[in-house]
Design a protein. Structure first.
Lengths: 245, 84
């Protein structure tokens, strides 16, 4: 009887998958426009409109900030401080990129609160973010370090004329974007699945208390994972930039 | 009662998913150790609690990754069913 009440909404209501909304043919392939695209575009539209509004407001900014300007300056200051504290003298070059992905990932993660399916719960979104970090790391490595130093690092525990350890180091380099993207993906996906299970299985009694779970899974977990992603990206890039030899 | 091969694979996929999330034990222990050391660090130096908090959360989130791999394997076994 208990089970009948709990499961009365039925297992078929559980829904956390990505759905194809519209499909078309492109070069002989069937390409789907999925919920991920739609949610990403909603977030992008929000960010673009928001930035235009802020830009319009900032046209007549005052010397002593108040109200809206104050909040915006606090946000920019916080992002600047975060990048500054972990990148040091390389911060001015990367603050724009890091701030952009920070705001995008944060909004994606907490969009589960608004009933969207978080775009970061799709591996097709987080993997490109990881690949972008990977490209930035290696671009800056080749820019700031000599080829000899990179080769010595790659053979690191053994001397450079004995590259036995090279494959292991290569694998650990390739593991960086994969582990970065899987961490973000799995965290947000687990939150999405949990909430879908709660709303799907306990539909009748899930009235107010899921709000506490939303705070944990969407707000807390999302913010932490955003911070971790940006922090690790900054650490790796700073490591690649240092050429003190 | 006849059990077909496909049903058997589904049943074992479910068991495998259950076994895969045992991977959550490791990160649980690791995060607990990190939180304990964070608490003792705050006790020794309460002024640096903000910095300790940030470092602790970062380390915990990184330690969580291995558990999440287990979760991903369980998810794949349950919902994608690559074996059937």
């Amino acid at each position: 009887m208990n089970q009948a009440i709990l499961l009365s909404s039925g297992a078929e209501n559980i829904d956390f998958m990505i759905h194809g909304l519209y499909k078309f043919q492109l070069f002989g392939q069937t390409v789907y426009i999925t919920t991920t695209h739609v949610c990403t575009f909603i977030i992008m539209a929000f960010l673009v409109i928001f930035s235009f509004v802020v830009r319009a407001k900032m046209k007549h900014a005052t010397e002593v900030p108040k109200g809206f300007q104050n909040v915006m300056e606090m946000m920019v200051d916080a992002l600047d401080g975060m990048v500054e504290s972990s990148m040091g003298r390389w911060a001015p070059k990367f603050v724009n990129y890091i701030s952009t992905i920070f705001v995008f990932i944060l909004l994606s993660n907490i969009s589960g609160l608004l009933g969207l399916r978080p775009p970061t719960a799709d591996y097709g979104v987080t993997f490109p973010l990881g690949v972008m970090t990977f490209i930035l790391i290696h671009f800056n490595q080749f820019k700031h370090q000599s080829g000899k130093k990179i080769w010595t690092d790659m053979c690191s525990p053994l001397p450079p004329w004995l590259p036995i350890w090279l494959p292991i180091n290569l694998i650990s380099e390739i593991a960086v974007p994969i582990s970065l993207s899987l961490r973000l993906f799995a965290n947000i996906l687990s939150g999405t699945v949990m909430m879908a299970l709660i709303y799907g299985l306990l539909g009748k009694i899930a009235v107010i208390w899921p709000a506490a779970l939303h705070v944990y899974f969407d707000l807390f977990s999302g913010a932490i994972q955003t911070y971790v992603f940006c922090m690790l990206t900054m650490t790796y890039i700073t490591q690649a930039c240092e050429s003190d030899d | 009662m006849n059990i077909t091969g496909a049903e058997l694979i589904k049943a074992f996929s479910a068991i495998g998913a259950g076994l895969a999330v045992i991977a959550g034990i490791g990160p649980g222990v690791g995060q607990g150790i990190a939180a304990g050391h964070g608490a003792s660090a705050v006790g020794r130096n309460p002024g640096a609690s903000g910095k300790i908090m940030g470092t602790m959360l970062l380390g915990q989130a990184v330690a969580e990754t291995t558990g999440l791999y287990g979760l991903l394997v369980a998810m794949l076994l349950l919902f994608v069913q690559p074996l059937s």
